[in-house]
Ligand binder design. Structure first.
Ligand code: ZN
Ligand code: ZN
Ligand code: FE
Length: 760
């Protein structure tokens, strides 16, 4: 082929000449044989008359004003770099910062664009001659690899004791080998990584894992693991071929895998959980560490205190993590932008919806590959890669929710969903949120013309929105945003039936919604049905203490007689302050009403004796899912619409379901059966409502969203059922269904409102 190519800030232009068949062949290879990290966002082909070029040249790059480029997420160490660090003859043998054009840090080291070394935290390391030659050689795989480094010129790693450790004689020798030995001895380490620090210990050492829980103040929330290879992981988890592929993608996320019954991993890693969150090493340092003999898997949990953001600098880590760990494995490459590990799961291959072809124009990002991915947290390896849609969007900032917080900027055809920021109720996290917004604004040259925010008046994100006094505000109801986020990722413009099930979101009537059946257009929604309102005695406390919801549901179902039911749960309740709760409920004092599906899960889990109090959000629901025996095929009575609430939406009455559960509990039916029957009743209720709404509205597309759909069993039942009933089912493939994806929905709604002039 003859002709030329050039790089511009808005894309690549390429002119080629050749024999007729070969030009077509070239176009095919261009799309099918891309290098690992290349993404073709769109391709326009124009036929020209041949000019008669003599050769093929690379022309000088062109910068266009106001244009911007996409920023790559961080990329796990590629196979070639892995081979180098284990090759004793290579100059990068055992070098923990080895990378190339196909792999290495990106987003987390970048301070500004254009992406070159001076704008990264690598600027303080000057390349040696050997590295520079690679960097300048077009044929080298380190050509223009900005973080290129070697032992002679790049960052270094070292180990040091924390304030609590007494001796330092341990720290002599290769830091990585020393770290491995200390871990094997049951010590706790903080390990500096790509977008933050990990707290690490030997995952087979129960005492070490418990000690980490104690020192970190994290009682039961599962810890993530890292193991050297898929083969190692297979010693403690079942790994399907899809799951292997996901583990090995350049994003190297934490994948939730089914724990093997004979797993040697300490029970304390994920108490009561059938799944373990596992990732492969994604930096050379991780590879070197896990390669040391004697370590099957490490606990690698976020290096922070409870809900605080990740530590960024070495000094900050020493100060904040010092009390938790015995030693620090540190290095001298700075972290510009923190980024937590992503968490995903493989959808079970159960239905045709998995093969819904992504529209060619939305084959936009690294996460749009046709893998059956469910995101629980979309962060390192994916952020800041945008979701692309067909039509250009107005420039907006959507501020997200409050827990699992993210934000989203729009520009042109892109929705830039941020990395995971966390729980804004924590002061440090709120600062981190502000900083991150400014970072994106600068990086992508963003100038929003309006701000979209959640209807909840007390969300700190809402308060942030109101502090931006110079910009118009667009309010978006929580569940409207959930459904819209699902529409956005599928590029859907037409109305859908939206099923939004989650913990809680503020409703237009001031009540706490969370079991919602909506007819949704991009700029508007109509509430058609919802779970019946149930009081939450004690308000917020009811979310931490599921037994309160069980009491509320029992009272609602059986009236005052509930206290005489012959149930283990009720026997326990006698010691509880029932008269106080009853007064709260009867007089509506500190007992806000909710239609939350999450709270119904809580109630059932508490009733079944699984859990009276929780230490993290969604814990009771998760345990109910974990214990469900999926082979049980019958169900409880489903909820039907009874009456209408003030806004003329139907109310779904679950009293029949509750009676069935109580009946089973009294006959000592196993909890695994009860949990399964409950899941099936819920799924059947959803199908029933969708069918009703379809016949009313003639809409046959259903979008599923909200954190409840993280429940695998429920998700499978609902998707399968809707599919069998001839619905087109949209569910999340590229965004989390929980509040982590909410900001995308807010932006999608706000864009439509601005365009329709309907910006209530
Ligand atoms: Zn590489
Ligand atoms: Zn070098
Ligand atoms: Fe939500």
């Amino acid at each position: 082929m003859k002709g030329w190519v050039l790089n511009a800030t808005d894309g690549v232009t390429l002119e080629i000449e050749g024999e007729p068949g070969r030009v077509e062949g070239f176009l095919r290879s261009l799309q099918n044989e891309t290098p690992p990290l290349a993404v073709i966002d769109g391709l326009q082909v124009t036929r020209l008359s041949p000019i008669g070029y003599d050769d093929f040249t690379i022309r000088k790059s062109v910068e266009k004003d106001g244009e911007f480029v996409l920023v790559s997420p961080d990329v796990a160490t590629c196979g070639k770099c892995q081979a180098e660090i284990f090759d004793p003859t290579d100059r990068r043998f055992h070098y923990p910062f080895t990378n190339c054009t196909h792999c290495g840090p990106r987003f987390t080291i970048l301070s500004d664009l254009p992406y070159d070394r001076a704008k990264t935290t690598m600027h303080k390391f000057e390349m040696c001659d050997a590295c520079r030659r690679e960097y300048e050689d077009l044929d080298n795989r380190r050509y223009h690899a900005q973080p290129n480094a070697c032992p002679a010129c790049g960052p270094a790693v070292w180990i040091e004791p924390s304030g609590t450790a007494t001796e330092c004689g341990d720290c002599i020798g290769d830091p990585v080998a020393v770290a491995a030995r200390l871990l094997q001895d049951g010590r706790l380490l903080a390990i500096k990584g790509l977008g933050g620090f990990h707290l690490a210990c030997d995952a087979e050492n129960d005492a070490a894992v418990r000690e980490l829980r104690r020192r970190k103040g994290r009682e039961e929330k599962p810890f993530a693991l890292m193991a050297a290879s898929v083969e190692s992981i297979e010693r403690f988890c079942e790994v399907s071929s899809h799951e292997q592929t996901i583990l090995r993608t350049p994003a190297a996320p934490i994948v939730l895998l089914k724990r093997r019954p004979d797993s040697p991993i300490a029970e304390a890693v994920a108490p009561g959980n059938k799944y373990l969150g596992v990732m492969l090493p994604y930096t050379p340092l991780h590879h070197l560490l896990l390669h040391q003999p004697g370590l099957l898997a490490l606990v690698m949990t976020s290096g922070n205190l409870s809900e605080e953001p990740l530590c960024r600098s070495n000094d900050e880590a020493k100060q904040r993590l010092g009390p938790i760990v015995d030693y620090f494995l540190l290095h001298s490459r700075d972290i510009e932008q923190r980024c937590d590990d992503s968490v995903v799961r493989c959808y079970p291959a159960h239905n045709s919806c998995l093969t819904i072809p992504a529209q060619p124009s939305t084959m936009d990002s690294m996460d749009s590959q046709p893998l059956p991915l469910q995101f629980l947290r979309r962060s390192r390896g994916y952020a800041p890669f945008p979701v692309r849609i067909d039509r250009p969007l107005r420039p907006l900032l959507a501020v997200g929710a409050e827990l699992k917080s993210t934000f989203c900027f729009t520009r042109d055809n892109y929705l830039f969903l941020s990395h995971h920021v966390g729980d804004l109720q924590n002061v440090e996290t709120l600062d981190y949120y502000h900083e991150s917004i400014e970072h994106y604004r600068k990086l992508f040259r963003l100038e929003p013309e309006a701000i979209a925010y959640d209807l909840h008046p007390d969300y700190l994100s809402t308060k942030y929105a109101f502090d931006q006094t110079d910009l118009p505000k667009i309010v978006v109801q929580h569940h409207h945003a959930h459904v819209a986020s699902c529409m956005a990722e599928h590029g859907v413009e037409k109305p859908v039936i939206g099923v939004a099930l989650d913990g809680m979101g503020y409703g237009t009537d001031g009540k706490l919604w969370g079991g919602e059946f909506l007819i949704v257009t991009r700029d508007h929604f109509e509430r058609k049905a919802h779970f019946q309102y149930i009081p939450m005695p004690g308000g917020d406390r009811a979310t931490r203490e599921p037994w309160r919801m069980a009491v509320a549901y029992l009272y609602h179902t059986f009236g005052d007689e509930w206290i005489d039911l012959d149930l283990p749960f009720v026997d326990d309740q006698r010691v509880r302050p029932w008269p106080v709760l009853k007064r709260m409920i009867d007089q509506s004092v500190n007992a806000p009403e909710t239609s939350s599906c999450g709270r119904l899960f809580d109630a059932v889990a508490a009733l079944a004796g699984l859990r009276e109090c929780v230490s993290f959000e969604g814990q009771a629901a998760m345990e109910l899912e974990m214990c469900a025996d999926e082979s049980v095929e019958d169900s409880y009575e489903i909820a039907r619409c009874t009456g209408e609430s003030d806004d003329s939406a139907g109310q779904l009455d679950f009293r029949g379901t509750l009676r069935g559960i109580v009946r089973d509990l009294r006959s000592c039916v196993p909890v695994s059966t009860i949990a399964a029957r409950f899941h099936r009743a819920l799924a059947a209720t959803i199908l029933d409502q969708c069918a009703r709404l379809r016949s009313e509205s003639q809409i046959a597309t259903v979008a599923l969203s909200g954190g409840v759909f993280q429940n695998r069993f429920l998700h499978r039942l609902v998707v399968q059922g809707l599919d069998d009933a001839g619905f087109q089912v949209l569910y999340h493939r590229r965004l989390p269904c929980n509040d982590g994806g909410l900001s995308v929905g807010q932006a999608y709604v706000a864009d439509a409102r601005l365009k329709s002039g309907n910006s209530r």
